[in-house]
Design a protein. Sequence first.
Length: 255
Amino acid sequence: MPSAAGDAEYLRLAYGDKASFVFIWTNFWVFKPGSQAIIAIIFGEYLAAAFSDQFQGGGSGSGDDGGSDDGSGEGDDDGDSELGATWVAKALAVGAIVGLTGVNLLGVRETANVQNGLTVLKALLIGALFVAGLAHLATPGSGGPATLRRNMGDSGGSDSDNGNDNVVAAVARAIIPCLWAFDGWADLGSLAEEMRRPERDLPLVILLSIAIVAALYLLCNVAYLAVLDRAAIVGSAAVAIDFADALGGGAAGRA
């Protein structure tokens, strides 16, 4: 069943043309634009956080400290600064979408080269995060082993969990970001028409890609848990930058 339609072709064969049409229409107007907008906003927030403190720490320390009890108006200034950082992140998100759209207009080869380059860069960065976390664990007096044990134990992050968390609630919270990490596997079905032996290669590529992505993100999370407290991870809007800041200060976060 080699076809470039992917999910739409599966739905057509299983439920008919109407189901396939509804999926294509919804995918074009809702699913893909919405998901790309969210990914672009996250990219913009991370890039803005590298040069601004407004996004770092998820605002965990701003609620009590950002007030203006002395009447000096500092609270208003902080609010204006945070609003400005938000608009910077949105502008970066729009710029990313426009830029990648321009790359796609250049041609398939150019798009593939950019995508392959970004994929390799992302994998290298995740590997670097893990190596940094591993070095932190191996450094005497760093506190990394104790932090990792505390985060992996029942007592880690009790302040943020309020004692009400259970396994089901924890899995429910974790499943949403995990879906973002693994969502691309379904798009591989659209490549079936371009494969010489899709009946063999397509399942193999899907299984291998899921395993590779799982390994990369597990390594990444081990590094986070070895450096940051669980409460800091939960409250962070840009955890990778907070991780870099904890290891090497602001310069590391901007890098």
